[in-house]
Design a protein around this ligand. Structure first.
Ligand code: ATP
Length: 339
C-alpha cells in the first residue's frame, strides 16, 4: 500500500478556497484508487502567516516540506518572493514545469495548444541581487546565469521532450541583447542538445516567442527558458488556453517537489467562492504523477476534463456561472463515475 505524507500550504487570497477544494477531491480519489493513501500536514506561509506569526516562512514549514513526500501549495500574496522564490532556491527546486493545454469546452483564444514551459527556477533576476547607486538615483539588478543551472534545466527539457510525441525543444532567450547571460544559456542548451539526437531543437528570441504563443501556439512542444522570461511567457500561455485558473505547475528538484497553480492570490475575487480550483487540482495531478501514482493521476485528469468539457459547472473565468464548490462537486461525481 502506497502511503504518502503531503505538506499543504493553503496560502492567501483564493489560496485556501482552491486548496481546500483540491484536498476534497483527493479524498474522493483515495476512496476509489485501491492502495492510495494520502495524509495531509497543513502548514503556514505567506501574508496571513506574517499577520498571525510575524514571519512569511516559518522554520517548521520548511521542516514539514522536507519531511513530506511532496508539497501542495496555494498561491501566496505580497510575500510570494519571501515564500516560493526563497523555497525554490533553498530546496534547489531548479525546474519549474508548466504545461499548457487546450481543453474541450474551455473558450480560448487558440485551440490545439499542448506545450510545456520548462523554466529555470533558481537564478536570473530572481537571485534578487539589487542595489541603489548614485545616491539613490540609479537602481541596479544583477542577472545571474550559470553553466550548472543552464545544463540541468536544459537536460530536464530534453528529457521531457524525449517522452512526448512531438520531440521538439524551443530554446528561448535574447542573446542579441544580453549576449553574455543569454549567450551562455543558449550555448549550454545547444551543447546538451547534442546528447539527445532524437529530439530536434530550435532557438527563438523571447519577443518572437511571445508573439508565436498567441499566433501559432500549436507549433510548440517544449519551451526551455530562463527564470524571468519563463514567468512572463507562462501567464501569456495561460491566457491563450483560456484562463490562469486552469494552468498548473510544479517546482522540481532532485530531492523535493512543490506543486502549485501558476496563478497568484487573485485578491479581486478572494472570498467570493468563484475561484477556479482547476489549476490547483491539475497541480495535484502532477504531484500524483511525480509520486508514481499514474492511475490516480489519470483518473483525476479525466474527471477534470469531463467537467470542463460538459461546461455546465464551469466557473466565471471560463464564462460559466458555477461556484468553486459546484465545480468541486462535479469533479468528485466524475471521479465516482470513472471509478
Ligand atoms: P502573481 O504575480 O502573484 O502571480 P498575478 O499578478 O499573475 O499574480 P493573479 O493573482 O494570478 O495575478 O490574478 C490575475 C487575474 O487572473 C485576476 O483577475 C484574477 O482574478 C484572475 N485569476 C487568477 N487565478 C484565478 C482562478 N483560479 N480563478 C479565477 N480567476 C483567476
Amino acid at each position: 500500500m502506497a502511503s504518502y505524507r503531503i505538506a499543504v500550504i493553503r496560502g492567501d487570497g483564493i489560496g485556501p478556497e482552491v486548496v481546500d477544494a483540491t484536498i476534497e477531491v483527493l479524498h474522493t480519489l483515495q476512496d476509489f484508487v485501491k492502495g492510495l493513501s494520502l495524509s495531509f500536514d497543513f502548514v503556514e506561509a505567506g501574508d496571513q502567516c506574517i499577520k498571525s506569526r510575524g514571519i512569511a516562512l516559518p522554520e517548521e514549514t520548511v521542516e514539514a516540506i522536507m519531511k513530506a513526500h511532496a508539497t501542495l501549495k496555494g498561491p501566496v500574496g505580497e510575500s510570494a518572493a519571501d515564500v516560493i522564490v526563497k523555497l525554490r532556491i533553498m530546496l534547489d527546486l531548479y525546474a519549474n514545469i508548466r504545461p499548457f493545454k487546450s481543453y474541450p469546452g474551455v473558450p480560448s483564444i487558440r485551440d490545439g495548444v499542448d506545450f510545456i514551459i520548462v523554466r529555470e527556477n533558481t537564478e536570473d533576476l530572481y537571485k534578487r541581487y539589487e542595489f541603489m547607486i548614485d545616491e539613490g538615483n540609479t537602481a541596479v539588478a544583477l542577472r545571474v546565469i550559470t553553466r550548472k543551472c543552464c545544463e540541468r534545466i536544459a537536460k530536464k527539457a530534453f528529457e521531457i521532450a524525449l517522452k512526448r510525441s512531438r520531440k521538439l525543444v524551443t530554446i528561448v532567450h535574447k542573446s542579441n541583447v544580453t549576449s553574455l547571460t543569454c549567450g551562455l544559456f543558449a550555448k549550454v542548451c545547444k551543447e546538451v542538445a547534442k546528447n539527445y539526437p532524437e529530439v530536434s531543437y530550435e532557438e527563438m528570441y523571447v519577443d518572437a516567442c511571445a508573439y508565436n504563443i498567441v499566433i501559432r501556439p500549436e507549433r510548440f512542444s517544449v519551451i526551455v527558458t530562463t527564470n524571468m522570461f519563463g514567468d512572463i511567457l507562462s501567464d501569456e500561455a495561460a491566457a491563450v488556453t483560456g484562463s490562469l485558473g486552469i494552468a498548473p505547475g510544479a517546482n522540481i528538484g532532485d530531492r523535493y517537489a512543490i506543486f502549485e497553480p501558476i496563478h497568484g492570490a487573485a485578491p479581486d475575487i478572494a472570498g467570493r467562492g468563484i475561484a477556479n480550483p482547476c489549476a490547483t487540482m491539475l497541480s495535484a495531478k502532477m504531484m500524483l504523477e511525480w509520486l508514481g501514482e499514474l492511475k490516480a493521476a489519470e483518473i483525476l485528469e479525466r474527471a477534470i476534463t469531463m467537467v470542463l468539457a460538459d461546461g455546465k459547472r464551469s466557473t466565471p473565468d471560463l464564462g460559466g456561472k458555477a461556484s468553486t464548490k459546484d465545480f468541486t462537486e462535479a469533479v468528485k461525481e466524475a471521479i465516482m463515475c470513472i471509478g
